[in-house]
Design a protein around this ligand. Sequence first.
Ligand code: VGL
Length: 199
Amino acid sequence: MEPGDGLLIVDLQNDFCPGGSLAVAGGDEIVPTVNEYARHFGAAGLPIVVTRDWHPPRTRHFTTDGGPWPPHCVQGTHGAEFHPGFRMPEGTIVASKGMDPESDSYSGFEAVSPDGAAMVTLLRGLGVRRLFIGGLATDYCVHATTLSALDAGFAVRLLTDAIRGVEIQPGDTERAHAEMRARGAVDATRDIVLGSRRG
Ligand code: VGL
């Protein structure tokens, strides 16, 4: 970790964890590892941004309006809250996406900060050049976010011990992972990223 690094955690919300309406198997298992990354980035004074899916009750994203997914992460509901074990250091910025009822908004780069800044503007303003990405789900929002980050010119480290896939079709997660790698994302784990700072 060095100046220019930033942490981006995607959609670590109740509805994507076991018991939620669009649960990712083992989605909650990444929470302690995500917390460890967040603690280290926070202690190093490096930026931390978290996205949340933040849908209106009616959106073409939901099966109830002809879309692909059961209703999830509806604004103001328990399912839209972050996993209760997720510890966000002071200064963490929450960016919201999925408010447009006409758009799926898988990518965290469609999210906006509380003061309305687009993700790319926000990250550049924070001085981020290399983005460490974790969260849910590997084969949807993490995948889309990673490809957007690469397209926008950020170097990407994919935190493979802090992501999980939905795996609607067998192999989705591995295919997504392979594409992210092929496009330039580099796998990283706790030992590599935090190795020199543990203890
Ligand atoms: C997601 C499916 C539908 C995600 C969001 O966060 O990966 N997946 N909406």
